[in-house]
Design a protein around this ligand. Structure first.
Ligand SMILES: [Zn+2]
Length: 210
């Protein structure tokens, strides 16, 4: 699948799964110095490959009639300082709920480790600005996910599929936390408990053979 076809595919999935509504949210995928990104002002479930602009890592439009997403500066800033090859940004409900009420999402489930443990909430700044890009970049340091205050969430991956899976996991973790708060105080995993999970994952016990 070409980069642009991937944007169409995952854009459609993002809408189908209710992660984005209308024209909110944007995706990008990188190959070398080029980045295919969803266009500004288009519904993500109605994209065609040729609608998706291609920019270079310096922010120049290389191909496409439509303007790149207004959040493209944030995507490019993240590509500049991480090993990400794809980025997914949505305004998913539970992610946005946490991003409007908390300064971080504490690890209440060990799967949070797949995103880097604690998920930080990037400080608020107007959408599309270099300030927001810088805040997101700082919150993502050493992580696969960040939340954006009063805005939404962003995840990165080595492929668009991975970045998309990370968005699903981020939303699930936020939902578990928010729903947990409705019946009590969610227990937060300790550093020690999380370290034990890492150790277990790195050294899985082998089943004895007959
Ligand atoms: Zn947004």
């Amino acid at each position: 699948m070409s980069l642009r076809e991937q944007l169409c595919e995952y854009g459609r999935r993002a809408v189908e799964l209710g992660l984005v509504i209308g024209t909110s949210g944007n995706l990008s995928v990188r190959q070398g110095d080029l980045v295919a990104v969803t266009p500004s002002g288009a519904a993500l479930d109605r994209l065609t490959p040729e609608m998706c602009p291609i920019v270079d890592v310096e922010g120049y439009l290389v191909e496409g009639e439509l303007q790149p997403s207004s959040e493209t500066p944030m995507h490019l800033a993240v590509y500049e300082t991480t090993d990400a090859q794809a980025i997914v940004h949505t305004h998913s409900v539970f992610g946005t709920v946490v991003a409007t009420t908390m300064t971080e999402l504490p690890p209440v489930h060990y799967n949070a480790l797949l995103l880097g443990g604690v998920v930080k909430v990037a400080e608020y700044a107007t959408y599309g600005t270099p300030e927001l890009a810088a805040n997101v970049r700082a919150a993502l340091e050493g992580k696969r996910a960040a939340l954006m205050a009063n805005h939404g969430g962003v995840t990165i991956g080595a492929t668009l599929e991975q970045a998309f899976e990370a968005t699903l996991l981020l939303e699930w973790l936020c939902e578990v936390y928010v729903r947990g708060l409705s019946i009590g105080e969610p227990t937060i995993l300790t550093e020690e408990q999380l370290a034990a999970v890492v150790d277990r994952a790195l050294n899985p016990p082998e089943f004895p053979r007959r």
